[in-house]
Design a protein around this ligand. Structure first.
Ligand SMILES: Nc1ncnc2c1ncn2[C@@H]1O[C@H](COP(=O)(O)OP(=O)(O)O)[C@@H](O)[C@H]1O
Ligand SMILES: [Mg+2]
Length: 270
């Protein structure tokens, strides 16, 4: 069981050099309107394995709309989506999940009255119809073991007791549970909407460390954040949206916060 998570992450391999890497996900020419509001215009967006892409832009720039198109809660009016180079149709969240795309929204969607294990298996409990209650007990133990191994693989050390209720956890611990839950099901790509917005400095650090580990395990990670300092500490690439268009892309190595701010505000673009 413990091998499951490691195995699938390792699938990307260490040998993939940046030059021969192919994107996991490519959006091409995505446009989306809400009535009279043109939320996205002809947006291309791509995510490679083993990278963190930051998606930034002012309020109303189209960030949430873009990730909703990836997550399947919205369908673009125009444009194509490719996954592993093949065209796919993401019309519902279940389509995204099937591809291995998981999204963690700001509300986290955790159940406070349930414990960590129950939350991690929510809606995907291991049910064994034969021989209750013995087998039920066994699958309960198996779920607990699996939850523990996932947290261990991701080096989430802040959650000491996986049988503690989520209500009693700190904001950082809750975010860690939500992210771990998202990536434990064959995920290839995880989208995080403002994962540290509600957190203090120390807890943000824990979550940023977890995001780096997801990347190091081979996942593609998309992060929406308003905190440029934070983005500079985790992002490999920074994609800027402005008024529904992609206006700039920065390599984290060769850019400054001033460049990024200029693109966000429109003082300079692509
Ligand atoms: N459900 C909706 N109905 C109408 N307009 C919307 C809706 N959602 C977003 N918009 C508009 O689409 C544009 C992009 O919004 P959004 O994707 O939420 O941007 P961001 O997440 O970058 O703040 C904005 O002008 C916003 O007002
Ligand atoms: Mg938004």
């Amino acid at each position: 069981m413990s091998g499951e998570l490691g195995q699938r992450f390792e699938g990307e391999g260490d040998s993939a050099s940046p030059l021969d890497r192919k994107p996991i996900l490519e959006l091409k020419g995505i446009s989306k309107r809400y009535g009279a509001v043109q939320a996205l215009t002809n947006v291309d967006f791509e995510v490679y394995p083993r990278e963190v892409v930051a998606l930034v832009g002012d309020n109303g720039a189209g960030k949430s709309t873009l990730i909703k198109c990836i997550a399947g809660t919205h369908t673009p009016d125009e444009g194509r989506i490719l996954f592993d180079g093949k065209e796919v149709h993401i019309h519902a969240p279940s389509d995204a999940t099937r591809l291995g795309i998981e999204t963690v929204y700001q509300d986290l969607a955790l159940c406070d009255n349930l414990d960590v294990v129950q939350n991690m298996f929510l809606g995907r409990e291991r049910v064994t119809p034969v021989l209750p209650p013995v087998v039920e007990l066994l699958s309960e133990l198996a779920m607990e073991q699996h939850a523990l191994s996932v947290l261990q693989t991701l080096n989430v050390t802040t959650i000491v007791n996986v049988r503690s209720r989520v209500a009693g956890l700190s904001g950082g611990q809750r975010q860690s549970v939500a992210i771990s839950r998202a990536v434990m099901w064959n995920s290839r790509l995880v989208v995080l909407d403002e994962p540290t917005a509600a957190l203090g400095v120390a807890q943000s650090e824990q979550v940023l460390a977890l995001i780096r580990r997801l990347r190091d395990q081979g996942l593609g990670v998309v992060v929406i954040s308003h905190n440029l300092h934070e983005l500079f500490s985790i992002a490999d690439r920074i994609v800027v949206l402005r008024l529904g268009r992609r206006v700039a892309t920065f390599d984290h190595e060769s850019t400054t916060a001033e460049d990024v701010v200029a693109a966000i505000t429109g003082a300079r673009g692509e």
